[in-house]
Every structure is written in structure tokens, then in C-alpha cells.
Ligand binder design. Sequence first.
Ligand SMILES: Nc1ncnc2c1ncn2[C@@H]1O[C@H](COP(=O)(O)OP(=O)(O)O)[C@@H](O)[C@H]1O
Ligand SMILES: [Mg+2]
Length: 252
Amino acid sequence: MKEVKISVNNFDLYYGEKQALKNISIEIPAKKVTAFIGPSGCGKSTFLRVLNRMNDLIDHVKIQGEVLIEGVNIYDKQIDVVNLRKRIGMVFQKSNLFPKTIYENLIYGLKINGIRDKKVLDETAEKTLKQAALWNEVYDRLHEPALSLSGGQQQRLCIARALAVEPEIVLMDEPASALDPLSTAKIEELIHELKTKYTIVIVTHNMQQAARVSDQTAFFYLGELIEYDKTSKIFTNPTKKQTEDYVTGRFG
Ligand SMILES: Nc1ncnc2c1ncn2[C@@H]1O[C@H](COP(=O)(O)OP(=O)(O)O)[C@@H](O)[C@H]1O
Ligand SMILES: [Mg+2]
């Protein structure tokens, strides 16, 4: 039996009066890639933010239910949210690098955690750039502005920066949707390599991408989790008609 990393039980989320997530239950396996698919506005990003409590930062959000990571409910009162977000890295659709150098972006998370030792910082920078398949492209320009990189390189730098604090889980919200096909292929290859060490959850509206990179796929529609299964099953022989209509391109 696969090891379960994240277990969500009967989770509801409201923005004010509007219910955006309806009774979601799901078990996300460790060291696999889990994809969330579904039409725009169905709650994919909202649910991703539930998994590292980013929704705490949004006003008028009400929640009910539990999210267990290795059996501990991350919504319990005694949970240290700063530490939680260190364990769970996040990468967004658009690169959110700081207007600083490549190096400073990479070590930012370590610095705010009080690490000052230059040797440790240098080693981390090199290690994470290699993990993100970016080292060969930037090793001789670490002190140049991060924003001088191409879009695809910036996204890989965002991934490297997320890895620098040694997270257990990496959440990615449409990380390649603004990229050209070549850069997209690099990100997908990277995701494939990262799952040997990390639990990865990726939101994508690109079904071919979900089919290529993920082990498990969850189909969301209007705030509900309609179907969740092995990716091959979701794309070739889904159980629910709504899933089939979506994956065959009949709506969405
Ligand atoms: N900060 C917010 N405040 C109010 N409503 C929101 C907020 N973010 C998302 N929503 C609403 O919640 C629903 C789900 O949105 P979202 O999670 O962004 O969907 P997806 O990522 O699948 O496109 C949508 O109806 C959206 O308008
Ligand atoms: Mg979204």
C-alpha cells in the first residue's frame, strides 16, 4: 500500500456566503505527482491553497473539515503556520521572483530562517540549481538580476528557490501555463525527477500535461471532487460521465 502524505476529510470552504469547495475528501500519496484538473473557476487553486493554509491570508474565508499531513491536522490551533509553509513549498503560474540577483532569490528562505554561513548558502544555491536543471545555464551569472532570465528559466528558479528550504511537499499552480513548449517540456521533465524526493501536487488546465506528468489525477467541477484515480484510468476509462465529457474535450 502506498504511503499517504496528505489526507483531507470532508473539507468545505466559503468565500463569504459563496461555497467554493464542497465536502472534499482525498488522499494524496507521498513521492508521487498528483494533478488537479477541471474547468476554470472549479476550485483547483483554492484547494491547493488549502493544503498549506495560504487561504488564511484571504479575508472572509470560512472552512470546515480537516487536512492531515502525516496524520496531524494542519488547521489545529497549535500549528506553527510559518513552519508549515517551510515544509510545503509553492510555485505559481507567474514567476514571483524578487528584483534581486539569482543568488539572493535562492538563499532568501534560508536567510529568513537565520542561516548566515556563506558556505552553507553557496552549497544550497548550487545544489538546488542542479536539482532544478538550471545550474548549467546560470552558474557563471549567479549575481546577475533574476529578472534578466527567460520566462522558463525564471520558473525553474522559482522551483529551485522552493527547494532550498528542503520542503516535503511542493505545490504548483499552473507552473508552465505561461511558457513556450520547450520550457514547458523542461518543467515537466523536472517534475518527473523531483518526485523521487518530494510529494508533488500540480494544478493544470492542460490535460496532456496532466496525463504526461502525474500518477494520480483529481477532476474538480463546481467546487466538488468528481473523480480521483490513477491518471491512466481518468484519461482512458473514467467512471463518471462528467469526467469523460471533460477529458474528451466536450466542455471546459
Ligand atoms: N479571493 C477570493 N475571494 C472570493 N472568491 C474567490 C477568491 N478566489 C477564488 N474565488 C472564487 O472561488 C471559485 C474557485 O476559484 P479558483 O479556486 O481560483 O478556481 P480555479 O483555480 O479552478 O480556476 C471561483 O468562483 C472564484 O471566483
Ligand atoms: Mg486557478
